[in-house]
Ligand binder design. Sequence first.
Ligand code: SAH
Length: 342
Amino acid sequence: MEKIDILSLSLAELETKILSMGEKKFRAKQIFEWLHVKKVRSFDEMSNLSVQFRERLSGEFCINQLFVARRLESDIDNTVKYLYRLSDGCFVETVLMEYKHGMSLCVSTQVGCKMGCRFCASTIAGFERNLEPSEILGQVYETERDSGKKVSGIVLMGIGEPLDNYKNVLKFLELVSAPEGNNLSLRHVTLSTCGIVPKIRELADLRLGLTLSVSLHCPDDKGRSEIMPVNNVYNISELMSATREYIEKTGRRVTYEYAVIDGVNSDRKSAQKLASLLHGINCHVNLIPVNAVKERNYKSSRGSALRFSEYLTEMGINSTVRRTLGSDINAACGQLRREASE
Ligand code: SAH
């Protein structure tokens, strides 16, 4: 019989399991604390439980672990990129970034990605599998352990499409914010999507406090479909109405991501189309000079992004040019891969 992945269980689920083992309910809370507050990696460390009970626990459950396969530290900023090996030998990348207000972690949600965005490295080796809640959470806990730093913000912007692994991502959000556990407010979490419309709607109904970030990248269907195949399934007008609904239901401002690519979407006309698309929407535009991916030929510069930002300002749309972190270690947006060899 396969052991149960205990780090993927909510406190309520753990209580049910512990009760069914004939133990008292409060034991579940103690175990949950060991796992999510003290963040131990073995049942042996749970010193307020009897040796016998700990043995029973390790017979029934496993504590899913990630191993640091490689750690790359940026010379230009304090960004650290981790390559994690999962229990089945797959790999994912995680990026730790330092900001004025604390440490932010960019986590992966899938091994590879099916979405096929032309400018993104994560999609090149294809899709392997979804990450378990414990494996998304494990990136947070293992990075904290390795770096000795507390993660105070999380962006779901690593490898994979979070809304294509909806169930496990929601479970991760529940676990990472559990008051009896890690207790990170979802206000400090951003989920980025390429635009899986039905899931944006489902997420809106949950009214979680997180920030939704939408990867738009192009203001017209023809151009967007060329660089983002998902647009053939959910086009811009469907995407815009879903995000408008999200804003209405949650009262939260949405962020639109726009990777500025020279000769593709960086001209004044694109800015005009973008401005009319976003007119009257409570949003912010994040401009990213497209990052280099060796298999692709897309180019940009901070200059192009700044110019595009000026066009938008003239048209009454707020935007910021995102600071690129960790580009010397291929840790910037769209540069993450699921391979051990690079
Ligand atoms: N699948 C999700 C989250 C992962 S990507 C999504 O699509 O939103 C995180 C962000 O980086 C997205 O906005 C993505 O479009 C952007 N991105 C991907 N490749 C990039 C590149 N080469 N340069 C700049 N941004 C890129």
